[in-house]
Design a protein around this ligand. Structure first.
Ligand SMILES: Nc1ncnc2c1ncn2[C@@H]1O[C@H](COP(=O)(O)OP(=O)(O)OP(=O)(O)O)[C@@H](O)[C@H]1O
Ligand SMILES: [Mg+2]
Length: 521
């Protein structure tokens, strides 16, 4: 006990001496000399100090992107620290599978062991005060993990341990993963304050390829394509292409485009980033949004034809407005223009296809539209949208999937009639599903199927009536044009006859004149 007390006493006096020297050093040495001395002191200590440390910062690339290594280390240490660390941080994470997540507190240390090698991890949290003047001074937070080990284990740590930590961290994250549905925030809220780029909720859509009513061959084809993409890391690297794939889903409303995106996310176990283009102010912001998306994700732009005027008409409109307007009107219009999104077609193409699109990797991009013909061919050319999928009206096979989903019915005496009707008329899967869904607890499958038959028959009659009306309209138009033509012909003939008569009259008068002249001779 006495020895301990002596030791503490010595340690105290050493610390006091060091502090005194440090204060003198800071006070009496000018900054350049201080820096110079510091560099040499560090070099000297590294000669004596047998330990090496590696720093893993939270952000990389000028705070543009959260480091994947940092996230993986955090997950790895969180899984290990709850048993070893004495100071833990508890967070209630809403979308995690475990309600309370324990992790290492800031400035806490834990040890780890790997192949007989001892390692020290510590988490650091620094607050760097912002120098710029503001009424709301923001502080810049910096977090990092520091790994320390003896220099004789350098090879083991660099070659194997770090890889082990990153792989393990990623595997734990995948095991505990809950899919998220992100949406982009307006660039600044109404006070003009900057907000985070994406907000998310837990993605819990139950759609799967099993429940998707689709032609079986088409379904198989899409599934194969997705699997090939997901396992294609080496292949994409070999051919020198960014690891991404574009899907264009098109078809009438209610044919399952959005449902297919949900099924894709569940199948691939990817997050969804639902990008609302109209809330993006300009191309630079669009690029930043894309960089912030994580890998293993689906970036979706729904109804791409309505999202933006991507055909370059906007410029023309602006020019027209400018030409015809006086100053005040012009200013007002410019202000209105400023509020609009300024994302252009080329900006969007750059994001999908340009060099920035390779950031992150393992990304699926999906566009949906009801009107594929309206889209600029540049936007959907192969290579950008690699696979074009048409989702159309319900067929008998798709109906059977819906009947199984909604009514647990594999076959029924009414099926043949329904098959016949599907050959004669068109109905979207959304309408079929709505008819099949029992409207009360007592309602039986047969009632639902009868309701569907009735709806199909009505749709058939309506289609027939519409076709007849169109036919009649076409006929009336044809007759009208025939009538007009005949009238024009009559008119033309009348005019011709009149002209001929006039000509005849003129030539008659000439003869008379000639006769007069000749008689005069
Ligand atoms: N192919 C399908 N398989 C299973 N359910 C479907 C299918 N198509 C539509 N549905 C059902 O209809 C509803 C509407 O479908 P969904 O929103 O996917 O259509 P959409 O093609 O995205 O329409 P819109 O073009 O209007 O966005 C869904 O909730 C789903 O229950
Ligand atoms: Mg949709």
């Amino acid at each position: 006990m006495e020895i301990m007390a002596k030791m503490w006493g010595q340690l105290g006096s050493i610390t006091a001496t060091v502090m005194l020297f440090y204060a003198m050093f800071d006070r009496f040495f000018p900054p350049p000399l201080r820096q110079y001395l510091r560099t040499y002191t560090q070099k000297l200590t590294s000669l004596i100090n047998p330990y090496i440390s590696i720093k893993f910062s939270e952000f990389e690339g000028e705070r543009m992107k959260r480091s994947e290594a940092y996230t993986a280390i955090q997950t790895y240490l969180s899984a290990n620290s709850s048993e070893r660390s004495s100071r833990l941080k508890a967070e209630v994470v809403k979308d995690s599978q475990t309600p309370l997540v324990l992790s290492m507190d800031d400035n806490e240390e834990i040890t780890d062991e790997f192949q007989g090698v001892k390692l020290w991890w510590c988490s650091r949290h620094l607050e760097v005060k912002n120098q710029s003047f503001s009424f709301y001074p923001a502080s810049d937070e910096k977090r990092f993990y520091k790994l320390t080990f003896h220099r004789r284990h350098r090879h083991v740590v660099i070659r194997s341990y770090i890889k082990h930590v990153l792989d393990e961290g990623k595997a734990i994250a995948t095991r505990n993963r809950q899919l998220k549905l992100y949406t982009n925030n307006p660039s600044s809220d109404w006070y003009g304050w900057k907000r985070t780029k994406w907000s998310h909720v837990v993605f819990e859509h139950p759609a799967s390829f099993d429940t998707l009513a689709l032609d079986s061959k088409m379904k198989e084809d899409i599934l194969k394509d997705l699997v090939k993409f997901q396992k294609g890391k080496e292949y994409y690297a070999k051919v020198g292409k960014a690891w991404k794939r574009g899907y264009l889903l098109y078809g009438p409303p209610g044919t399952g485009k959005s449902t297919m995106i949900a099924a894709m996310a569940n199948f691939l176990n990817y997050d969804i980033y639902d990008l609302e283009l109209t809330a993006v102010k300009e191309n630079v912001e669009l690029r930043k949004l894309l960089i912030e998306t994580s890998s293993k994700s689906i970036v979706v732009i729904e109804d791409i034809d309505c999202s933006l005027d991507l055909t370059g008409k906007r410029k023309k409109k602006k020019k027209d407005k400018e030409e015809g307007s006086k100053d005040a009107v012009k200013k007002a219009l410019d202000e209105e223009e400023d509020k609009e999104s300024k994302v252009t077609l080329s900006g969007l193409l750059n994001v999908i296809d340009g060099i920035w699109s390779a950031c992150g990797g393992e990304r699926v991009i999906v566009f949906t539209t009801n009107y594929v013909d309206k889209l600029d061919p540049a936007l959907i050319r192969r290579g950008r949208m690699d696979k074009h999928i048409e989702l159309s009206y319900c067929c008998y096979e798709a109906f059977k999937v819906l009947a199984r989903n909604y009514l647990d019915v594999e076959s029924h005496r009414l099926f043949p009639r329904i098959e016949e009707l599907f050959q004669e008329t068109q109905m979207t899967p959304a309408d079929v599903a709505d008819n099949l869904m029992p409207k009360s607890v007592e309602e039986e499958a047969e009632t639902c199927l009868e309701r569907l038959i009735e709806a199909l028959e009505t749709a058939k009659l309506e289609a027939k009536k519409k076709a007849e009306e169109e036919e009649a309209k076409k006929k009336a138009e044809e007759e009208e044009s025939k009538k007009k033509k005949a009238e024009e012909e009559v008119k033309e003939n009348g005019e011709l006859a009149k002209k001929e008569e006039e000509n005849n009259k003129k030539s008659g008068a000439g003869v008379k004149e000639n006769g007069f002249l000749s008689s005069g001779n």
